[in-house]
Every structure is written in C-alpha cells, then in structure tokens.
Design a protein around this ligand. Structure first.
Ligand SMILES: [Zn+2]
Length: 393
C-alpha cells in the first residue's frame, strides 16, 4: 500500500510541478483588460523601422496614414472634415505664397452605446513624429515616441474590444510636429474637433520604453496629476505592474516637456507619463532592440485603466490651480536618489553625478525629517527634479 501510495503522491507532485512552471512562464494574462507585449512590440518595430526613416515630414505623414488605417480597423470614428481621421497642420506659405501643409494630426473617437455623458470627452495621446534622417543616419525614435504611439493604439484595442460600459467618449490622438515646439498639439487645441469645454481629461505619453539615464529604476514618472481633483487617488488604486511603479511628481518640476502643454495652458486636467530620457535620447541609437516591450505593455494597461476610471466618474476631475507639493514627491525624489546611489558603482557615475545625487538625497531627507515643505524647499525641489530628470543623466 505504502509503496503504491508513494507512487501516487509522486505522480501528483510531478503533475503539480509540471503544471506550475508552464503557468508561470506565460505570466501575461490574455484577458481583454491587459495590453499585449507582442502587440506593442510589433507597432514599435514597425514605426521605428528604416521604412519610416525617422518619421519627419512626408515620413511622418506615412506614419499618420498607418495610424488612421489602424483606427479604422478598430472601428474608431473619424472626427475631421470629409469623414477623416487626419487633420492637416498648415505650414509657412510657399514660394508662390501658396498654402502648405507641415504635418498631420490623427484622431479617432470611441463612444460606448450606453455612455451616460457621450458629449464629454477624455483623451489618450502621444506624438508620431521624430527627427527624420541625415545623409548618414536615421533617427529611429523607438522610445521617442514610437513607444507612446504603441500605447495609444494598444489602449484603443483594449477599449474597443471590451464590453464594459464607458460613460464618456474617448478620443485617441497622435500629434505631429511635437519636435517642432509642439506645433501639432497647439494646432489641434486651437482647431479641436470638439469644443475644449467638452474635454475633461487628457493623458499624454512620451517615452515609455527605456528609463532615466538607462538606470534600472523600474518606474514610470507621472506628472501633473496634482492639477486634477482625485486623479492621484485613482492612480494609487491601479497596479502598473512590477516594471513600472508610478512616481507622482508635479509638472512644475519639469516645465513644458510634451504635448500636454497646450491643454495645461487651458486648465484642462492632464497627466504626462514618461519613463525618462535614456542615454540615446535624440540620437540614431534610439532603436527598437533597446525597448523594454513588457514595460510598455504594463504601463499601457495601467494608463488605460486610469482613463476608463476617469471616464466613468460621476463628476469629471476639477482643475486645481495651485496644488500643494506633497511629501510623497520628496519621498519619490529620495527613493530615486537611493536607487541611483545603490547603482553608482555598476553604472560608473561621474563624481559630479555622485555629488549631485548625494546632495539631492541629503536635502530630501532633511525635508522628510522636518515633515513640512517650505517655499525654499519647493524651489529646491523644482531645480533638483529638473536637473535629475533632464540633464545629469
Ligand atoms: Zn518625444
């Protein structure tokens, strides 16, 4: 009996072990609310391919047409004249003073048939243009910003393939000419397909596939949530996955960085999502083979969940003009500095970078100990965050 029993136990154990690794290996669930790594990979590799030659001018237009075709496949509704997804952005007059077109914004609309507030809109957006090519190089722009465009397309797939009721209409937008002083989003807000009063919230993503200075920070920076009542609380309820823990920071800390600017200027609640500038930022080395596709997928799932959460609120987020800086932001700066200090050796940080990180960490700890943020501290936080995120690395 016993030997027979032991055999059965072994068989059961074996079956268990046989099963467990399999389930773990395919960790990415296939439900309708989870972005697929394979999808974002396909989109990024396509847009950051030689074929699109860095997506500037006519090549940016081809990227816009690719997006319009994908929007049509997802049955999003066109919103511009002549039933078009494309909005021409005028350029300077030509030699004969003829009108010219500098770029093409792309927009598609989704309204659930049972939406309670179909005339109110939330937007999810990115920019599809980049720096183009030179005689010798192509600026592929895999992270900047094929990764953001992949997020918008995959979010559209998730939302249009779900049966869940969504109470406000959603606009999926890709701007052109972001690399030209945000001219595409400035034109879009000045010639919007709906009145801006109807726009209640916008998420803009720019660079989701790498990390700040290529440091293994496992975080996605989320700026500007402080200007929308309740948006931070919504973010804290969402699991962005192990690769992209949200770091909430005030947008004042980064100044104007991407296409959320024209919406912020009109006091429309917004969120700017970015994993930070890699060391290949704005170089021909920003290629698809360096993208963390799983990270992009995880962030896409989180941002889509946030967009739907805001779309289903009874009241849309109210604009907060002068939100206080939260201690959580100081904590975030301190944590980032700590992660960088731990990796200083491995990442060959220069003496200046080490000194800067040490200073930032010490000051952040001082603020955390005093449990209050003075105006001088706030000024320091602004300077430090800008340096940390956009120049030291
Ligand atoms: Zn960009």
């Amino acid at each position: 009996m016993r030997s027979h029993l032991r055999l059965t136990q072994i068989a059961i154990l074996f079956a268990l072990f046989a099963l467990t690794p399999l389930r773990w290996t395919c960790a990415e669930s296939d439900d309708a609310t989870t972005a697929r790594t394979a999808n974002v990979r396909e989109i990024i590799e396509h847009l950051a391919s030689e074929d699109f030659a860095g997506r500037r001018g006519v090549d940016a237009r081809r990227a816009a047409e690719y997006l319009a075709a994908e929007f049509e496949k997802l049955d999003l509704k066109p919103v511009f004249d002549n039933e078009s997804y494309l909005q021409p952005v005028p350029g300077p007059p030509g030699e004969q003073n003829e009108s010219t077109i500098a770029g093409w914004n792309v927009t598609g609309r989704y309204t659930h048939p049972e939406a309670r507030f179909p005339e109110e809109y939330v937007i999810i957006a990115a920019h599809h243009d980049h720096l183009g090519r030179t005689a010798s190089d192509i600026y592929f722009g895999a992270d900047d910003n094929a990764s953001g465009v992949a997020m918008v397309l995959e979010a559209a797939r998730l939302i249009t393939s779900s049966d869940n009721v969504i109470n406000r209409s959603i606009l999926f937008v890709s701007f052109d000419l972001e690399e030209h002083l945000l001219f595409g989003s400035r034109w879009w807000t000045a010639h919007a397909p709906v009145t801006l009063e109807q726009v209640k919230f916008i998420i803009v993503a720019d660079m989701l596939g790498r990390s700040l200075g290529d440091l293994p920070l496992e975080t996605v920076f989320l700026f500007g949530a402080e200007h929308g009542a309740g948006v931070r609380e919504s973010i804290r309820k969402i699991d962005f996955g192990p690769a992209a823990k949200p770091t909430l920071l005030s947008d004042d800390f980064v100044g104007l960085r991407s296409d959320y600017g024209p919406f912020r200027d009109r006091e429309i609640p917004f969120l700017f999502a970015s994993t930070g500038q890699s060391r290949d930022y704005h170089t021909p080395q920003d290629t698809a083979d360096k993208i963390d596709f799983k990270q992009v997928a995880e962030i896409t799932t989180g941002l889509t969940e946030l967009l739907v959460d805001v779309a289903n609120r009874s009241e849309p987020p109210r604009w907060i003009l002068d939100p206080p800086v939260e201690m959580g932001e100081v904590k975030a700066i301190e944590e980032i500095c700590e992660q960088i200090r731990r990796k200083a050796e491995a990442w060959n940080l220069t003496p200046v970078q080490r000194f800067f990180v040490d200073q930032a960490s010490t000051h952040a700890r001082k603020i955390l100990r005093q449990k209050e943020i003075t105006p001088a501290d706030q000024a320091w936080l602004t300077r430090t965050t800008q340096l940390l995120l956009f120049s030291v690395f």
